[in-house]
Design a protein around this ligand. Structure first.
Ligand code: ADP
Ligand code: MG
Length: 422
């Protein structure tokens, strides 16, 4: 899902304890950093960590989801775009079947793991994400061997911007090239999701990994998470005199026991009672009849209403963008937030405050993005109102006694790729 969501429960990301990564994006600007300088730093970091030159450097971005939240575990529709913020993996193959993993954003030095000994285990720390990718590839029978990897990133961690998928997809891209596997971007995304589900132990959907692997500059990615059909939809906010602001609330609330697992169990229960394989199969036109059948279970009824109306909102947004009516998507975004808040119940006071304040200060629409319970929100704002909206949100947070949010404009950037090192 946008269960990027299913991240570890933490009351405040700054309080994250080792072995989780420190938020690498804290100092990042809206561009995600100068790419050439970052490649040079990645190569130098590799040299310091492993004592040799890397064979190459691979990049994979974080993402923002424009619309289509908590739909991917029901086989539904989503519409993410890539951020300019990326995770870089400088890497070389090793002949001895060992993985030696180092991250500039994680304390504790290099982690060494033998490929043959990789077993899914809880509590594997940050290295479980890249190790899980190698594990998933081997499980799939792919001829992948050892590697030295050095990771640097400007994707904020645990902010709902999908640093986990960026780390997985950067690693998958590196191993794909180092071992000549010839895998497509879709296959890399599936393997990355398998790593997170089966090795790290996070029951996420496929959206984050597909976004990181398949997005293109200047476009959002219309994604059917059932069959991975996807197409690039032009999303050039600047051409319409608009800006898309990302507001990282910098909080991650403690989730009750298995809040996400519980949401998805409710979706599955709804699908079973409606006699469909997944909620994706409930057409918007059938919603009233479906809700009537679920009258005795108000919770499942709300969860079903969110998923079915959210799939519809993705279709509305695509139609508007393709008609060049970018401004008109604003109210659809805000309606999506209300549905996540009231029906799926994954919002929180900070996210609601961003949406209310941004809309009152001149945004065309706003919503939480990612799994919820903290993380980030987005606001679509006319250029002329951007500063006022950012100031109003910052002031509202101060007045509410919340930690200062981090706000930056996002422009759709490229998906995973190998970067030149000279
Ligand atoms: P999100 O994907 O929304 O950022 P997650 O909880 O899914 O949040 O993933 C965050 C985790 O991914 C971190 O706690 C850390 O274990 C790992 N991670 C992400 N980026 C890095 C990095 N650059 N270096 C080390 N670990 C990282
Ligand atoms: Mg994640």
């Amino acid at each position: 899902m946008n269960e990027s969501g299913a991240r570890r429960p933490t009351a405040d990301r700054t309080a994250r304890s080792a072995p989780s990564a420190a938020p690498p994006g804290d100092g990042a600007d809206e561009t995600g950093g100068d790419e050439r300088a970052r490649v040079a730093a990645g190569v130098a970091g590799f040299r310091a960590a492993h004592g040799t030159e890397p064979a190459g450097v691979w990049a994979a971005p974080g993402r923002v989801n424009l619309i289509g939240e908590h739909t991917d575990t029901s086989g539904g529709l989503a519409m993410p775009f890539a951020l300019p913020h990326t995770t870089l993996a400088a890497a070389s193959a090793r002949p001895d079947g060992m993985l030696r993993l180092h991250s500039a954003n994680a304390p504790g030095g290099a982690v060494e793991l033998a490929l043959d000994a990789l077993r899914p285990a809880a509590g594997g720390g940050w290295a479980a994400y890249p190790a899980g990718v190698a594990w998933a590839m081997r499980e799939a029978g792919l001829p992948v061997g050892g590697a030295d990897v050095h990771v640097t990133s400007t994707v904020p961690t645990g902010a709902g911007l999908s640093s986990s998928a960026a780390l997985e997809v950067a690693t998958a891209s590196a191993l794909n090239d180092l071992y000549g596997l010839g895998l497509t971007a879709e296959r890399l995304a599936r393997l990355a999701q398998r790593a997170e589900n089966g090795f790290v132990g996070v029951p996420c959907g496929i959206m984050d990994q597909m976004a990181s692997a398949c997005c293109t500059t200047g476009h959002a990615l219309y994604l059917d998470t059932r069959d991975l059909a996807h197409r690039a939809v032009p999303f050039d906010v600047a051409a319409h005199g608009l800006r898309l602001l990302v507001v990282d609330t910098r909080v991650q609330h403690e989730l009750g026991d298995g809040a996400y697992a519980n949401r998805h169990a409710a979706c599955e229960r709804g699908a079973r009672r409606l006699g469909v394989p997944a909620l994706r199969d409930v057409a918007y036109g059938e919603l009233d009849a479906a809700l009537e059948k679920l009258a005795d279970d108000p919770v499942v009824r709300r969860r079903v209403r969110h998923v079915v109306t959210e799939n519809r909102r993705v279709e509305e947004v695509i139609a508007l963008l393709e008609a060049g009516e970018t401004r008109a998507i604003g109210p659809v975004l805000t309606a999506g937030h209300a549905s996540l808040r009231d029906d799926f119940e994954v919002s929180c006071a900070e996210l609601d405050l961003v949406v209310e304040t941004a809309n009152a200060a001149g945004a065309l629409g706003a919503r939480m993005t990612g799994g919820g319970f903290g993380g980030s929100a987005i606001a679509l704002v006319p250029d002329a109102a951007a500063d006022a909206v950012a100031a109003a949100v910052t002031e509202a947070f101060a007045a509410a006694g919340f930690r200062a949010p981090r706000i930056f404009p996002a422009t759709p950037a490229a998906g995973a790729r190998r970067l030149p090192t000279d």
